[in-house]
Design a protein around this ligand. Structure first.
Ligand code: SF4
Length: 443
């Protein structure tokens, strides 16, 4: 027996994995296997249409966001990198002057910008700068309806999806205070594709739940008010700091599974509906048709996936709700679910719905997880881009987890597409297998 042997509880355990131990948990978590928090700019700049993200970073940071967001090449982009080269402490004052100059020029050229994020990164010359103070100084200086905020997307401090958490947490102190006599309101927290957001808001509207606000909003000029009357529900599982800052402003979290798949979406909507006193009959009447449509769309992919086993490497923090969806709605077997961070409170409902004795790991050592993967040879591995190619070369079918963050996957109408995202790698591998013998035969 070696130290990789999964720890399992020996006594009886309630259904699900709410209290399950993790196989492996480290302090230096996952950085070597995932993208940094700058990646969040790619979807956030599309979501908040009058925001601009100015990365204070190195040429590496500039390459990362430009290549990841290459689709912006024909448009006036809403992100850029101010490159800070190596300099000594005496040069830091110049760096601040340079940031002020770049921001001044940017705002003069782009009057459409109403919210400017100064985004920190991890090169040592950037770490030496106090970007929080720079943002406060610029916020006072630029005035005229432009907010300047700061957060860090540094690879040292943030993983792939934590960039969104850091950006939204920076936004929360700027939200207006709700009026003391305001009616209870629902706030959906987490960036969703506009089409998905509209669908969910329509369902709440049909149940009489509202007013419904969203964070982040599509325009920074429409920041949602927050206060003790605000009940918020997370749409993404990677928003722990945002949740903490909302609670500091008096908002209360509605505990729910995440709205992925039929089960997750129904549980998510139901939790909010219950918080607003919606009758079960009305809830069923509103959700019955989309729920049936979603179940049919998911079922179409079940023959391709049922019985296959899947292993998740840590990347997006969506791993646990996705594993729950694959196990419960597509009858896949879960080999191991690894996540960069395991927030047991926010994930409690999803953990409770996982099959009992599912192996969980939090920020595992990538080499040791690779050893477990090679020993188990799962039918499908969900992982970051860096691991996908080597595993494919070893004959293991993979799914890029980043695709699950960029695709609209939440809610009923997207449940079939979500299932298809997992079925597609098998079709691809099947096509490759068909081509290879034909190619050999023809040679
Ligand atoms: Fe690389 Fe750090 Fe820049 Fe991210 S923030 S691109 S990890 S240098």
């Amino acid at each position: 027996m070696n130290d990789l042997t999964p720890l399992r509880t020996t006594g009886a355990r309630p259904l699900g994995c709410q209290d399950a131990p993790v196989i492996e948990a480290r302090q230096d978590r996952g950085q070597h296997a995932v993208f940094c928090g700058l990646t969040g700019i790619i979807w956030l700049h599309r979501k908040i249409q009058d925001a601009f993200f100015l990365v204070i970073g190195s040429r590496t940071c500039a390459h990362l966001i430009q290549s990841a967001a290459g689709v912006m090449i024909f448009a006036e982009p809403r992100f850029a990198t101010a490159i800070i080269e190596e300099r000594d402490l005496a040069g830091l004052a110049d760096a601040h002057d340079e940031i002020d100059r770049v921001v001044g020029e940017l705002l003069a050229r782009r009057p459409d910008i109403k919210l400017l994020f100064l985004v920190g990164s991890c090169p040592s010359e950037v770490i030496k700068l106090d970007l929080g103070r720079a943002a406060q100084r610029l916020d006072r200086k630029v005035g005229s309806g432009v907010r300047v905020l700061n957060y860090s997307g540094s690879g040292i401090e943030t993983t792939f999806t934590q960039g969104e958490d850091a950006a939204l947490a920076a936004l929360v102190p700027a939200l207006p205070a709700e009026a003391a006599d305001a009616a209870p309101s629902l706030m959906i927290v987490g960036a969703l594709a506009d089409v998905v957001e509209d669908q969910l808001i329509r369902l709440f509207g049909a149940m009489g739940v509202g007013p419904v606000k969203v964070l982040p909003p599509r325009r920074s000029t429409a920041l949602p008010a927050v206060g003790p009357g605000t009940r918020y529900i997370l749409a993404q599982p990677f928003l722990s700091e945002t949740a903490r800052t909302l609670e500091a402003r008096g908002a209360t979290r509605i505990a729910a599974p995440f709205p992925l798949g039929v089960e997750g979406t129904t549980g998510w909507l139901k939790a909010a509906a219950d918080a607003f006193g919606v009758q079960a009959q009305l809830f069923d009447a509103v959700t019955e048709a989309p729920r049936a449509r979603a179940a049919m769309a998911v079922a179409r992919h079940k023959p391709a996936l049922a019985g296959k086993n899947v292993m998740f490497f840590p990347d997006s923090q969506l791993e646990i709700p996705l594993a729950r969806f694959l196990a419960n709605e597509l009858a896949m077997r879960i080999e191991e679910v690894a996540t960069p961070y395991l927030h047991r409170a926010h994930l409690a409902a999803d953990l409770a719905l996982l099959p009992p004795n599912t192996d969980l790991s939090e920020g595992p050592d990538v080499d040791r997880q690779l050893d477990r993967c090679r020993a188990a040879r799962p039918d499908l591995v969900v992982c970051g881009l860096g691991l996908a190619n080597p595993l494919e070369a070893e004959g293991i079918t993979t799914k890029w987890s980043i695709e699950l963050v960029f695709s609209p996957i939440h809610g009923y109408e997207q449940a079939g597409d979500l299932a298809e995202l997992f079925a597609r790698p098998f079709e691809r591998r099947g096509r490759i297998a068909d081509i290879r013998p034909a190619a050999r035969g023809g040679a």
